[in-house]
Design a protein around this ligand. Structure first.
Ligand SMILES: NC(=O)c1ccc[n+]([C@@H]2O[C@H](COP(=O)([O-])OP(=O)(O)OC[C@H]3O[C@@H](n4cnc5c(N)ncnc54)[C@H](O)[C@@H]3O)[C@@H](O)[C@H]2O)c1
Length: 379
């Protein structure tokens, strides 16, 4: 019998819970502990999810629990210190995106992981969707031809009221960029995975359409609405929306619109990629559908199923067609690919720290371009 992998979770918010659920679908992994600086929440979450040990301090969890892996599911500003502590303790790390709030921190973590010989990944889950894998397979196949252009969006509405305020609005916690780092980072990682090409230059215009927001005395949880008079107005200096042009290493151009203030859009994450033979488009809100465009037939739809997909993408269609493989499945696939490599089966599909650090460099290039009004090379 193989040894069980002992995993600890840091952060009991939305992602701490979904990671725990995903881990329970991976054989051989046991979630043995959870830490949240809100001790009452840590205890409550452990009781609800049947996790044996609750901690208020993740360092104490790491020193007592003999962990093989920690999942960092905290607000962005904690990623650097929690990843650093884990790596220095010889614990493998699966960290939420963005890897860190600055490229310098992300590079430091990448170097540290290498020095300590631990396996480290960033949770860019969308590339593990079955249709995204299929798009990757099709671009890699000979019949795709040449990539003409890319286009896409990540549109949300959960920050559209001035009463929407949380740690993501505070640069010291969420980072200097909000919308680009939070959701643009997903688009960057996913299109780089599909094309197999790096984004090397960006031209970005960032917008803060709500320059002041209401900070309530009692803060609601992420994604929850607030009302009443018990607030102070605070200045906002992170972006609500962005227009970004990207250039890939082969010269191909792409265009991206990002927003957290577009009413009715929840997770309107779309990717269109137009090749010389046909086009492909995907909308993560209909996650098991790939639209193939041809000049002769217009748009036709391919539904995710082992029969319809190609190459490695087939193994991502884990259910018969019509049973939608979706967000939770992509998260499980993402985490599973990391654990496969940890168990000695090489896997080249998850986002390593070096790739995650590069995404932070792209975000910084967007901030610099917005400042200078110029195209900026990704460092
Ligand atoms: N990959 C995705 O699709 C996706 C989706 C949502 C969020 N995220 C990322 O996941 C991370 C967490 O987001 P969330 O929405 O779950 O946040 P959240 O606000 O719901 O939860 C964060 C939790 O971390 C805890 N925490 C804060 N500081 C801590 C510390 N020092 N030690 C231990 N716990 C601490 C908080 O008490 C809270 O319970 C963010 O980095 C975010 O960017 C990723």
């Amino acid at each position: 019998m193989k040894k069980t992998i002992r995993t600890g979770i840091i952060g009991a918010g939305m992602m701490g819970r979904t990671h725990t659920e995903a881990l329970r679908r991976i054989p051989g992994v046991e979630v043995v502990a959870l830490a949240d600086r809100n001790e009452a929440l840590a205890k409550k979450t452990c009781e609800e999810l049947y996790i044996p040990a609750a901690y208020a301090d993740y360092r104490e969890m790491m020193s007592k629990e003999h962990l093989d892996v920690v999942h960092v599911c905290t607000p962005n500003f904690v990623h650097f210190e929690a990843c650093k502590a884990a790596i220095e303790a010889g614990v493998n790390v699966y960290c939420e995106k963005p890897l860190a709030n600055t490229a310098a921190e992300a590079d430091e973590l990448t170097a540290l992981a290498k020095e300590h010989g631990v396996l480290c990944a960033v949770n860019f889950n969308y590339r593990h969707n079955a249709i995204v894998q299929e798009m990757h397979e099709r671009v890699a196949a000979g019949d795709w031809g040449r990539t003409f252009l890319l286009h896409g969006t990540y549109l949300q509405d959960w920050m559209m009221y001035d009463s929407d305020y949380n740690w993501r609005c505070i640069p010291e916690m969420g980072g200097a960029s909000r919308t680009v780092a939070d959701v643009g980072s997903h688009w960057f990682d996913t299109v780089q995975f599909i094309t197999g090409k790096k984004i090397v230059r960006v031209y970005a215009k960032l917008m803060t359409v709500l320059p002041q927001r209401k900070k309530y005395t009692t803060q609601a949880a992420t994604f929850q609405k607030q009302s009443g008079d018990d607030y102070t107005l605070v200045d906002i200096n992170t972006e609500d929306a962005a227009f970004i042009l990207v250039q890939f290493e082969d010269g191909v151009l792409g265009n991206l619109v990002l927003s957290q203030v577009s009413a009715g859009y929840k997770n309107g994450f779309t990717i269109g990629i137009d090749g010389s033979s046909y086009s492909m488009s995907w909308n993560q809100e209909t996650p098991d559908r790939l639209f193939i465009g041809s000049r002769e037939q217009g748009m036709t739809c391919v539904q995710a199923s082992a029969d319809a997909l190609h190459g490695t993408a087939r193994r991502y269609a884990t259910l018969p067609a019509g049973h939608v493989v979706a967000w939770n499945d992509a998260l499980r696939n993402a985490i599973q690919s990391f654990y496969e490599e940890l168990s000695g089966v090489p896997n080249n599909r998850f986002t390593r720290f070096s790739d995650g650090a590069r995404i932070v460099h792209i975000v910084e290039a967007c901030l610099a371009s917005n400042q200078s009004g110029q195209w900026v090379d990704v460092q």
